[in-house]
Design a protein around this ligand. Structure first.
Ligand code: SIN
Length: 348
């Protein structure tokens, strides 16, 4: 009788083990302040980003082992201002490889300065509905009250959560969940540095529990047509900033002559461009340059007139110049036709 009870208890605990099998989350590290270090605990500037390796980041937050079976890999260890197309391609390929396996979700540790661009690039190039979460920190690992450990805990909780499937790539910073499509860095120093001015947050994380209250209505991941699996480079696209007395087309001409295939204009207001600059851009449009109009204003949308649309100017809607650049690069891997590129800007 005692033996039977023991067997039953073992079967139950095995059964529970199977039922409670932990999700597998892969952490891919790319550097940033979350891996940053300086020899002063009060310093939150002047540190070196991208110093600690992925194993140190994982060891610093042992609590993530309760949430998931964790693996780690180092993709790069840089300050994200130095992000390159090559690293983006490597990252997209690795995320796609991992998500084809039995990995349930991916967390990418990243510098905050260009996090939104990497997140949006992956939003358009990852071919899986499993969760992909970018996370970073505003204070280096050495600072009093560093925000990295809690952010990493939250990111793993989100990537391990089945509710996070099919939401597109997300950013988990300061307890808030934001979509790759909507998120913008809106503060240079504060830990509450990210928000989604046009779309709002997707949700919130409290003590490892995930709450969604908003969905990203733009197409992403499996519904995106962009396939980078065989690409080794991306078309050259640059950004031109507009300002009062912006009377020179020198920069646009120089970029075009240097091989730039597309320019995103960070226009004033709803995408207006100084006439002197615009005249040069009209000439370059005729020579085959693609010009997408965005705005230097953080919220709202641009409004490209029908006349300008007929000339080939592309309306980027509510997208920031830095994200419009990402979409224009990917669009140019498929077509040079401004009308087709315009359709991409409406959908993604
Ligand atoms: C970086 O973007 O790599 C440095 C700044 C940061 O992570 O907050």
């Amino acid at each position: 009788m005692k033996k039977m009870l023991m067997c039953a208890a073992m079967a139950l605990s095995l059964g529970a083990g199977i039922l409670e099998a932990k999700p597998k989350v892969a952490i891919l590290a790319t550097g940033g302040t979350i891996a940053g270090s300086i020899d002063s605990s009060i310093a939150t500037t002047g540190y070196t980003a991208g110093v600690l390796g992925v194993d140190t980041l994982i060891k610093a937050v042992p609590q993530i082992q309760d949430l998931a079976v964790i693996s780690g890999d180092q993709i790069a260890n840089i300050d994200s201002k130095d992000m390159t197309n090559e690293i983006w391609l490597k990252l997209a390929k690795e995320v796609n490889r991992l998500l084809k396996s039995d990995v349930d979700g991916v967390v990418i540790t990243h510098g905050t300065d260009t996090m939104e661009e990497t997140a949006y690039f992956l939003n358009l190039t990852v071919k899986s509905d499993k969760p992909v979460v970018l996370v970073g920190a505003m204070r280096p690992s050495t600072a009093i009250s560093a925000d990295g450990p809690k952010n990493l805990y939250n990111a793993v909780a989100l990537a391990a959560n089945p509710q996070a499937k099919n939401k597109g790539v997300m950013v988990a910073m300061n307890d808030r969940i934001q979509s790759a499509r909507g998120v913008v860095k809106t503060h240079s120093l504060n830990v509450n540095a990210f928000s989604s001015p046009d779309m709002g947050d997707m949700g919130y994380i409290v003590d490892g529990k995930v709450f969604f209250y908003n969905t990203n209505t733009k197409l992403h991941t499996k519904k995106s047509p962009f396939d980078v699996s065989k690409l080794k480079e991306l078309p050259k696209v640059d950004i031109l900033y507009s300002y009062a007395n912006d009377g020179s087309g020198v920069a646009a001409k120089a970029l075009f002559e240097n091989g730039t295939k597309g320019i995103v204009v960070a226009g004033t207001g709803a995408g207006s461009i100084h006439d002197y600059q615009k005249d040069v851009l009209k000439e370059l449009l005729k020579k085959g340059l693609n010009v997408a109009v965005s705005s230097r204003v953080v919220a709202g949308r641009v409004a490209v007139s029908d006349t300008d649309a007929k000339l080939g100017f592309i309306d980027t809607g509510d997208m920031s110049p830095q994200k419009a650049r990402v979409l224009l690069m990917l669009a140019l891997t498929k077509t040079n036709d401004p009308k087709k590129i315009q359709e991409y800007f409406l959908k993604y």
